[in-house]
Design a protein around this ligand. Structure first.
Ligand SMILES: *[C@@H]1O[C@H](CO)[C@@H](O)[C@H](O)[C@H]1NC(C)=O
Length: 230
């Protein structure tokens, strides 16, 4: 195999990431909401199965008693509280996305928190929303059942999150009720074990630097030879 092909394959492998995306981008939904779920793999969107575990049934694929599977997405036109559960994608090549835990409430308050894990040091904004009031109302926020503050506009920003901010969050709007709880995951920035992709990236960068050095030596060699002939 020539080195150009080897590099191309390396780049392809590096670009391969499998994920599940949801629209609207929220882990909590009101009963009756529309939800679209997509399984995305960077180099192809073919050959995926979206599955879920709920308290009623496990490992059920989209279209098997729930959701409507289309070529590119799985749609739920009227979501119900019993659709609460863990959702994930399985790809033909064997890759699996991370799991999203969705909570559907029959109540009138939801907490919108980041769908993706947040990185240590990031700022995280939580939004407490009601079903019926378009404007934002004052909301109380709780972490692991402990009151952490009241915000006049229903937004709470946690600055420079650390691992200790990880936990189960919920909010409350007086006169409207309490949201379900959602887990917020904080991923470490520095001390994580290198993933497959980052090892490959390191290999790729090493190969690239070696190429640059060898090419420079060749060019330098040519230039000095020419000046000797003169
Ligand atoms: C779904 O349920 C199955 C069977 O109980 C279990 O093995 C699997 O780990 C669950 N998956 C997730 C993502 O919760």
């Amino acid at each position: 195999m020539d080195s150009f092909r080897f590099l191309l394959i390396l780049i392809l492998i590096c670009a391969l990431t499998a994920r599940l995306t949801v629209s609207p981008s929220s882990l909590q939904l009101f009963e009756g909401d529309f939800l679209s779920l997509r399984c995305v793999e960077d180099h192809s969107s073919a050959g995926w199965t979206l599955r879920r575990n709920t308290s009623i049934k496990r490992m059920t694929p989209c279209g098997d008693g729930w959701g409507q599977a289309t070529a590119s997405a799985c749609k739920i036109t009227y979501i119900l509280t019993q659709d609460s559960g863990d959702y994930w994608c399985e790809f033909r090549e064997g890759a699996t996305s991370s799991t999203l835990t969705l909570r559907v409430t029959g109540g009138s308050v939801i907490l919108q928190s980041p769908v993706l894990p947040v990185m240590e040091g990031d700022d995280v904004t939580l939004l407490c929303k009601t079903k019926t009031t378009p404007s934002n109302l004052p909301a109380a926020f709780y972490k692991d059942g402990v009151f952490i503050g009241k915000e006049p506009t229903g937004h709470m920003t946690i600055q420079h999150v650390s691992r200790s901010d990880e936990g189960l969050y919920k909010c409350d709007i007086s006169g409207h009720g309490e949201s379900p709880s959602s887990w917020i995951t904080v991923t470490e920035k520095h001390t994580t074990k290198p993933s497959g992709a980052s090892i490959l990236l390191t290999v790729l960068l090493t190969v690239a630097s070696v190429c640059v050095v060898v090419l420079s030596l060749l060019v330098w060699n040519q230039l000095t030879r020419r000046s000797w002939r003169r």
